[in-house]
Every structure is written in structure tokens, then in C-alpha cells.
Design a protein around this ligand. Structure first.
Ligand code: HEM
Ligand SMILES: [Cu+2]
Length: 596
């Protein structure tokens, strides 16, 4: 028996090169996490006026660093590591060529370093560089060209990563022509297909408008257009963060709970729905933008409501799988099975608490998504309250919790302290419950987001629970707990890395109760789904974008539809065309004369 356990190879034993890439991606991600958390605590204590260590004029630099490091570097570096692990694990074959893998890793790291430097330079007065444009980097705020260049490089790196996984999948397909796509691979491929569609718009915005504009090649841009292209990407990017978390909930959480995934086909349906519905909804971030007709906003709202469906399906499937696990362990009763779950495991409790917060985030998201009630909370601190539940917890806490389960398998090192891990995930939950709830409440009072000086003190508000000052205290305490939780996580991981290597840390994932063969083959037809997804995008965006360009010009009002510096060129072309046409006319007239 013990021999059998020892004989089972862990991920790093089987795929040492790939394991190194996964570890490097995770470490890049956690570096961003700690930086983001430092800026997070600075801005929390600043805007609540508890402790001010920066001048308010630096607030946007801090906020940009917090947003970019957390929602771009932390999330994306984690997911590229996770996807590499998932592809290799579920196909049970190495990547085709790890040189390519290291290439995209270095390209992404290089891009993010450029972007990071351009942001942090904003703190140093003697350097003439800044990028205080926030993580929603559309016009009219303008950053140093290095910021946009770094982002473009980073995105190209992520495209190569996707190609690397698709290529490995195709190699597997040649070896296994008749098998269904393994579930985790299916999830990676659908997520990446969605990412290619979504990120194309932001790449276009950066390369065609923002970068040339910050380099001085063009005088101005059409802000509505850059905003629309940003949100074309900005909504689906939330699914780029969420789908890896969903992958963990579907494939890893049931195993940790001692059970099995309830339904593989349902999981596939959910990922296809995300591929189809994530992108044609971005205009729901622009309900208050002038220059976009109300009708387009209404269509976007309707599409958004459809997007609830896959999340509700997920809630059902994941809870059913966990309940199955509890009942396998002897759980019974209507809710009594809940006590038979492995609550002492940080990876389990972390993911469950993350899922619970996601449900709360779903409710506040419904308020954001409703065109009329959105007006009440738009640009208030309610909005950060909402997304700290979704990306800030459902995603971030799931990633941290999953690390307790995956890290031993990719390093052969057991977690330094699982008790600290448990404390860490619970502290995150409590901290976020305090901070996010108080942010929502302040938002309803109209307290703005993105400001160093929300000077609402001294006013009298009739509120149900506590006033502005009291809510500020809750935000400050919550933010501090979150910071402490991050330190516990990073500290625990660093100590884990110092642990000696052991064997016997291999883990496997059990097959689903209802397996892939129960699902219709058409679900695996990725070409079909990408085709439909593209069609939906064209239907949702062709008219609004045409209207925006028609009204405001490709490069802003009064500029016409091409860059200013091209004007002399176009004039010269037009002149020579006139002359040429004239000459051709004369020549043909002469020819006609001759023929006569
Ligand atoms: C250490 C834990 C954290 C603390 C204390 C914290 C605190 C805050 C606060 C107070 C704000 C609002 C600032 C304002 O609008 O004036 C904020 C904004 C934000 N946070 Fe966090 N946060 C934390 C973790 C996270 C995580 C894990 C994520 C995502 C993965 C995240 C993503 C964001 C984003 C995207 C913004 C909006 C930035 C902007 O408006 O441009 N935060 N955070
Ligand atoms: Cu959205």
C-alpha cells in the first residue's frame, strides 16, 4: 500500500519543466499581489483619513498601481500558470516545446515590467514619466508611451501562451483522434478563444489610438471610441479572471470535498455560454456615457441578464458536487451534510468562502447591470465594493486557496502551515465582508470612488446602519485585515519554499459522475462556438461603433476620419489622382480622335 502511494508520481515528478513554468508564473502573480496589497492598504487608510503617508496628489499613482498590479498582473500570471498545469495534467502529455512557453513567459514579464515602471515612475518627481490613468486606461487620461507599449507586449505574450496550449492540444488530438476533449483542456481552450476575441479590441485601441496619441503622432482621439473599445474588452476580462476560478470549483473543489463533479456536460455548456455571451455586453459599463444611444444600452442590459444563467448553473452544479462529497463521507439531512465537509482544509474553506462571496457579488452586480438603478450607484464607492467581492474575493481567494492544494504537487514541498492557511482564508473573508459591505453602504449615500478626499464628514445622513464616519472605520479595519491576510499567505508560501522536498504529494482528480460521453459531441465543436460568438459580437457592436465614429470621427470631433499628419499626403494623392485622371481623359480623347 505505502509502496503504491510512493510510486504515484506528482506533477513535478512527471513534468519537471512544466512544473517550473507553473511555479514561475505563480511567483510572478504573487509578487504583483503583495505590491497591490501594499498600495491597497495605503489608499484605504488614506481615503478613510486614518493614516496618510502620501500626498493626495499621488493618490492616482497609488490607485493605478493597485488596479493594474492586481487585476492585470496578479490574476493573469496566476491563470497562465494554472492553465499550463491544467493542459499538461488533463492531456497527460508535456507541452510541445517549452522554449516557446518560456518565450511567452518572458514576453509577458517584460511587458508588465515596462508598464509597472511607467506607473511607479509617477512617484519620482525627477523622472519625467507617469501613467496615472487607472486600470481603465482609456482617453482622455494619457499615460507615458511605455505604459501602453508594455500592455501591448503583455497581451501579445498572452496570445502566444494561448497558441502554445492550442498547439499542445492539437498534438494530443493527433495521438487521440477519437477521444472527447478532457474537461480542463476544454475549459482552457474556450477561455482562450473568448480572450482572443475580447483582447483584440483593447489591442486595437492601444495600437491605433492611445500609443500613437501618447507618442504625439496624432493630436487627439475620440474618447467615446477608446472607452467603448476598452469596455468591449473590459467586461469579458472579468470572465478571463473568473473562468479559471470556475475551473477550480468544477474540477478541484469536488475532489477536495471527497466527492466528484456532478456533471461534466453541464460544465461544458457553462463554458460555451461564457464564450458566447461574455463579449456582447460591454456597453453596460457605459450606461452614463453620452454619445451612445439608449437603445444600444438597453440591448446590452438584456444580454447581461442572460449572462446570469451560466453563473446560476455553476452555483447549482458546484453545490451539488460538494453535497455529493459530503454524503459520501456520511453526511445526511437537509443541511446536516454541511458539517461533514473538510472545513479544516484551507483549500476547501477558502474556495467555499470565495463562492459564498461571489453570490453576494452577483446580487450587487444585478444592481450595476440594471440601467435605471445603475444611475444611483454609478462611479460611487459601491462599485469597488462590488468587484472586491467578485475579482477581489471570488477570484483572488480561490487562487490563494487553490495554491495550498496545487503548490505541493508542483514542487514536492508540503505547505509550511495549513493552520496559518486556514486562518489566512478566514481573515480574508472577514476583512472583505467588512470592507465591501461598508463600501456598498457608502456608495448608496453617494460617496464617490477614486478620490483621495471623499469629504463627506460633518454632514448629517439618515442611514439605516451607521453614518459615513462609522463606515469609514469598517473600511479601514476590513482593509487592514485583508493586508494582514495577504502577508500571512505570502509568508506561509515563502516558508513552504524553504521546506525540504518529500514524496507522496501526488493528487489525482476523479472522473465526473456524469462523464463527457454523456454530452452531445457538438459541445466540443470549438469552431462552431467561436463563429457564433463572433457573430454576436458583430451584432452587438457594429452599429454602436459605426454611430460613435460617424458622430465623433475616428480621431475625435472636427478631425475627419484619418490622422492629421496624413492630410498633406492625402491632399497630394488627391491632386496627383486629379492630374492623372485628367491626363488619362485627355489621352483617351486624343485616342478617340485618332481612331476616328
Ligand atoms: C489588500 C487588500 C485590498 C485592499 C485593502 C483594497 C482596497 C481598495 C480600495 C479602498 C479601493 C478604492 C479606492 C478608491 O476608489 O478611491 C480599491 C480599488 C480597487 N481594487 Fe482593491 N483592495 C484590496 C485587494 C484587491 C484585490 C485582491 C483586487 C483584485 C484582484 C483589487 C482590485 C481593485 C481595483 C481594480 C480597484 C479599482 C481601482 C480604480 O478605481 O482604478 N483590490 N481597493
Ligand atoms: Cu461588466
Amino acid at each position: 500500500m505505502s509502496e503504491a502511494i510512493e510510486a504515484e508520481q506528482s506533477f513535478v515528478d512527471k513534468f519537471p519543466d512544466e512544473a517550473r513554468i507553473v511555479r514561475s508564473s505563480f511567483l510572478g502573480s504573487f509578487l504583483a499581489l503583495i505590491l497591490g496589497a501594499i498600495f491597497g492598504i495605503i489608499q484605504t487608510l488614506h481615503r478613510t483619513d486614518v493614516a496618510r503617508i502620501i500626498p493626495s496628489t499621488d493618490y492616482y499613482t497609488v490607485l493605478t498601481a493597485h488596479g493594474v498590479f492586481l487585476v492585470i498582473s496578479f490574476t493573469v500570471f496566476f491563470l497562465v500558470g494554472l492553465f499550463t498545469w491544467a493542459i499538461v495534467r488533463s492531456l497527460d502529455r508535456p507541452l510541445v516545446n517549452t522554449k516557446i512557453t518560456w518565450t511567452w513567459y518572458l514576453i509577458m514579464s517584460g511587458g508588465m515590467t515596462m508598464t509597472g515602471i511607467s506607473i511607479l515612475a509617477g512617484f519620482v518627481d525627477s523622472i519625467d514619466m507617469s501613467a496615472d490613468v487607472l486600470y481603465t486606461f482609456y482617453a482622455p487620461l494619457q499615460a507615458h508611451p511605455l505604459f501602453y507599449t508594455g500592455l501591448a507586449v503583455f497581451i501579445v505574450g498572452s496570445w502566444i501562451a494561448g497558441a502554445d496550449w492550442f498547439r499542445t492540444f492539437l498534438a494530443w488530438r493527433r495521438e487521440h483522434p477519437d477521444e472527447r476533449i478532457p474537461l480542463q483542456t476544454f475549459m482552457v481552450l474556450t477561455t482562450m478563444a473568448m480572450w482572443y476575441i475580447a483582447s483584440s479590441a483593447v489591442a486595437a485601441s492601444v495600437l491605433l489610438f492611445l500609443l500613437p496619441w501618447s507618442l504625439g503622432f496624432i493630436d487627439q482621439v475620440n474618447p467615446t471610441l477608446t472607452r467603448t473599445l476598452f469596455w468591449f474588452f473590459g467586461h469579458p476580462v472579468v470572465y478571463f479572471w473568473l473562468m479559471p476560478a470556475y475551473m477550480l470549483w468544477y474540477t478541484v473543489l469536488p475532489k477536495i470535498a471527497g466527492g466528484r463533479l456532478f456533471s461534466d456536460p453541464l460544465a461544458r455548456v457553462v463554458f460555451v455560454l461564457f464564450l458566447l455571451l461574455s463579449t456582447p455586453v460591454g456597453i453596460h459599463h457605459q450606461y452614463l456615457d453620452p454619445g451612445i444611444a439608449e437603445g444600444f444600452k438597453f440591448i446590452s442590459m438584456t444580454n447581461t441578464m442572460f449572462l446570469l444563467l451560466p453563473s446560476l448553473l455553476t452555483a447549482f452544479t458546484v453545490v451539488a458536487s460538494v453535497e455529493y462529497g459530503a454524503r459520501q463521507r456520511g453526511g445526511s439531512g437537509l443541511l446536516g451534510w454541511l458539517t461533514d465537509l473538510p472545513w479544516r482544509k484551507p483549500e476547501f474553506t477558502g474556495m467555499m468562502l470565495a463562492g459564498l462571496m461571489f453570490a453576494a457579488g452577483g446580487f450587487s452586480g444585478m444592481v450595476n447591470a440594471g440601467m435605471n438603478i445603475n444611475y444611483m450607484i454609478h462611479n460611487t464607492i459601491w462599485v469597488p465594493g462590488h468587484f472586491h467581492l467578485t475579482v477581489g474575493t471570488a477570484v483572488a481567494l480561490t487562487f490563494m486557496a487553490a495554491t495550498y492544494w496545487i503548490w505541493p504537487q508542483i514542487s514536492n514541498k508540503p505547505i509550511y502551515s495549513r493552520t496559518i492557511g486556514l486562518v489566512q482564508v478566514v481573515v480574508w473573508f472577514i476583512g472583505m465582508a467588512l470592507m465591501s459591505n461598508a463600501m456598498h453602504a457608502q456608495g448608496i449615500m453617494g460617496v464617490p470612488r477614486r478620490t483621495a478626499e471623499p469629504e463627506y464628514s460633518g454632514f448629517d445622513y439618515a442611514t439605516m446602519f451607521g453614518g459615513f464616519e462609522e463606515l469609514n472605520i469598517q473600511i479601514a479595519i476590513g482593509g487592514t485585515l485583508l493586508f494582514v491576510s495577504t502577508i500571512l499567505f505570502i509568508g506561509n508560501l515563502l516558508l513552504t519554499m524553504g521546506n525540504p522536498k518529500v514524496s507522496g504529494l501526488a493528487e489525482s482528480l476523479p472522473p465526473a459522475l456524469s462523464g463527457p460521453t454523456d454530452s452531445p459531441e457538438v459541445l466540443d465543436n470549438l469552431r462552431l462556438w467561436v463563429g457564433i460568438a463572433l457573430t454576436l459580437v458583430v451584432l452587438a457592436y457594429a452599429l454602436p461603433i459605426a454611430a460613435i465614429i460617424n458622430r465623433g470621427g475616428l480621431l475625435g470631433p472636427g478631425v475627419g476620419t484619418y490622422p492629421v499628419w496624413l492630410t498633406p499626403l492625402f491632399d497630394a494623392l488627391a491632386n496627383s489622382a486629379t492630374i492623372a485622371i485628367g491626363a488619362v481623359g485627355d489621352a483617351s480623347a486624343a485616342l478617340v480622335e485618332v481612331v476616328k
